[in-house]
Design a protein. Structure first.
Length: 395
């Protein structure tokens, strides 16, 4: 299925095609990370390669929708014989085999980041153009060089802004807190009506009536108050969808004090303090997130970091874990599957909010999403206060 003889040539030519034809913002960082990610998948499987490259090379939803047709047209061309002009044009591309790219050629080895021979940025901050770009295309090459984002490196995008939500969001969050049923406390407490007769308190109250027990006292077990842990995927592929997730976090914080909020990209960051200030009416730009916002996606690694660092204190049978993510992960699916199983075992429920569910024809077949599905109790999406009001949490 591959047009050229070696993986680096295929990868570089494909990324160059996306950049030139579809205006993808792909730079040396994306190419390096794509090569690293392909070391983890079966290169003979077209779906595996396609699902691995999509979250790395697509910056937003529009690019993700264009990616699959572009991938198939490049790697699985029509079987008709190309014209001599097409053969000549393809033969001039970087890394073309001497025999021409007409027939698929098996890849000889797995990728290595060193195969993508990109120079580091010079002292003036400009990166060298990748091989295969003519010197005459200086403007296009400059745009390529400026796109220096790497999903495996620190993020460089703007920090998220937290604002106070309206009463509709707050009312929906309060209703959600009331709907969550996670069981009763083990401790019996005094109550006007209850299931257990309180002999001791009844006898003590009878002292005021000359020893006659005129007023019965009761005990009951109160319903446990749920704790909410909100984990928001701030990676580049989620940039168009994080607003509603942040609004959800602020609304829950206004509805109950038992809320913890985290953001993650390639690392995890606790932002509960900023969310509480936003819930109190202060507009805030969350600073210092670095690799926890605007970078790539390492869902399994970040959730594992949460379990190791905060799990002992925050995870219990009272905890509802809410994860807002598109499930596009470049990490190890096995590690994500194990971490999700741990979260499910140590919490009351796991709610996964995937914004791609609103896309027509979407199927959660990405490796990360497939690995997480078995442990999810509620799989849905929230875009506004009305959808939050409809949310039902299963446990």
């Amino acid at each position: 299925m591959y047009p050229f003889a070696s993986l680096p040539d295929n990868l570089a030519a494909f990324c160059d095609m996306l950049r030139r034809t579809h205006r993808f913002r792909i730079g040396p960082g994306e190419l390096r990370d794509a090569a690293r990610a392909l070391e983890l998948v079966d290169l003979g499987s077209e779906p595996a390669v396609r699902h691995t490259l999509r979250p790395i090379l697509s910056a937003n939803r529009d690019e993700a929708e264009l990616f699959d047709p572009a991938f198939r047209s490049f790697f699985i061309p029509a079987t008709a014989e190309p014209s001599s002009d097409e053969v000549a044009a393809r033969g001039a591309e970087p890394g073309a085999a001497a025999g021409g790219p007409g027939a698929p050629v098996e890849l000889q080895r797995r990728p290595d980041a060193s195969d993508l021979d990109f120079d580091e940025q010079d002292a003036g901050g400009a990166a060298a153009a990748p091989a295969g770009i003519d010197e005459g295309e200086s403007d296009s090459a400059a745009m390529f060089a400026r796109s220096s984002y790497s999903p495996l490196e620190a993020a460089t995008t703007d920090a998220p802004r937290l604002t106070l939500v309206d009463e509709e969001w707050t009312d929906a969050a309060r209703a959600l807190v009331q709907r969550v049923r996670i069981g009763l406390s083990r401790r019996w407490r005094p109550a006007i009506k209850g299931r257990r007769f309180d002999v001791r308190r009844t006898l003590r109250s009878s002292l005021q009536t000359g020893g006659e027990a005129l007023t019965a006292k009761w005990l009951r077990r109160r319903r446990r108050a749920p704790r909410f842990v909100v984990l928001i995927d701030g990676s580049r592929s989620m940039s168009a969808y994080t607003r509603s997730a942040l609004q959800l976090a602020v609304a829950l914080t206004r509805a109950t004090a038992r809320v913890e909020v985290f953001t993650f990209s390639t690392s995890l960051q606790r932002v509960t303090g900023d969310v509480r200030k936003a819930a109190a009416g202060e507009t805030r730009d969350v600073a210092g997130l670095e690799a926890a916002w605007g970078g790539g996606t390492s869902i399994g690694g970040c959730l594992g970091e949460f379990v190791r660092t905060f799990g002992e204190r925050l995870l219990s049978r009272d905890t509802v874990v809410i994860i807002a993510s598109d499930g596009l992960d470049v990490g190890d699916p096995g590690g994500l599957r194990e971490t999700m199983a741990t979260l499910r075992r140590r919490s009351a429920a796991i709610v996964w909010l995937n914004p791609l569910l609103d896309t027509a024809g979407y199927e959660p077949t990405a490796a990360g999403m497939s690995a997480a599905r078995a442990s999810i109790t509620s799989f849905t999406n929230i875009t506004d206060a009305a959808s939050l009001a409809r949310l039902r949490i299963k446990n």
